[in-house]
Design a protein around this ligand. Sequence first.
Ligand SMILES: Nc1ncnc2c1ncn2[C@@H]1O[C@H](COP(=O)(O)OP(=O)(O)O)[C@@H](O)[C@H]1O
Ligand SMILES: [Mg+2]
Length: 251
Amino acid sequence: MKIAISGKGGVGKTTILALLAHHLKSRFARILVIDADPSPHMAQALGIEHPERITAIAEMRELLSERAGKTEGSPFYNLNPEIDDLPERFMQERDGIKLMVLGAIPTGNSGCACAENTVLKRLLTKLMLGKDQAVLLDMEAGVEHLGRGTIAGVDHLLIVVLPSAASVRTALKIRQLAREVGIPRMSLVGNGIQTPEDAAFIESQLGESLIASFPDSQEIRGAERRGLPLATVVGAMSRPLRDMEAALLPA
Ligand SMILES: Nc1ncnc2c1ncn2[C@@H]1O[C@H](COP(=O)(O)OP(=O)(O)O)[C@@H](O)[C@H]1O
Ligand SMILES: [Mg+2]
């Protein structure tokens, strides 16, 4: 299963995806997190100590190119690779979760990360997953990736929404683009939900129920301040995490 998370900057995408990765370990034997956000927050959230040792996916072009299969003697033989085919240098692992980073290809023209996005799109569409494997994609803030169809290969898009008008506006835009791209499933996840009115505001504005509501959490704040991996607060968030699991993986 391939799950991506999106939403306005700072709504809690990285936080919720890291929590979800830990929570889903009971359902999947292999979990691969892809950090497509240029900030290094996901590595910290997962407690990966040396993210700088990860070779960026952006350098995986050969592996995913159509001609790769014909290159004699190349390790990049597989047109539709499985997670285990991806060379170790592209990832670091902690607590059973593997992290890959999108990184940057210096293209000479700033502004468009087109080369990276092409590689990400190929990886998402070509990577073959067994039933016991999940890929979780943490996206950059905003809707850029959707606009270019980068995440057309995902099965389920999560949109994180705070109970604010600005966050709802971004969610509306993302949902529209995701529909145009044809992502099979989409769900809204509330963050910073303190009262029933908070949830009701989002649900009425978007005309759709939240699959889970994360409260504003001292545990999350404390972990972030002390630089602790979010594995330490999974227990405190078990209610919304179970709700998410039920919506993502109906029994
Ligand atoms: N439910 C929450 N309770 C308290 N703090 C949170 C919560 N969700 C996110 N945060 C904090 O808000 C900040 C932004 O979260 P982050 O996950 O990095 O957002 P995004 O990835 O969407 O930019 C971080 O400092 C994070 O620790
Ligand atoms: Mg983030």
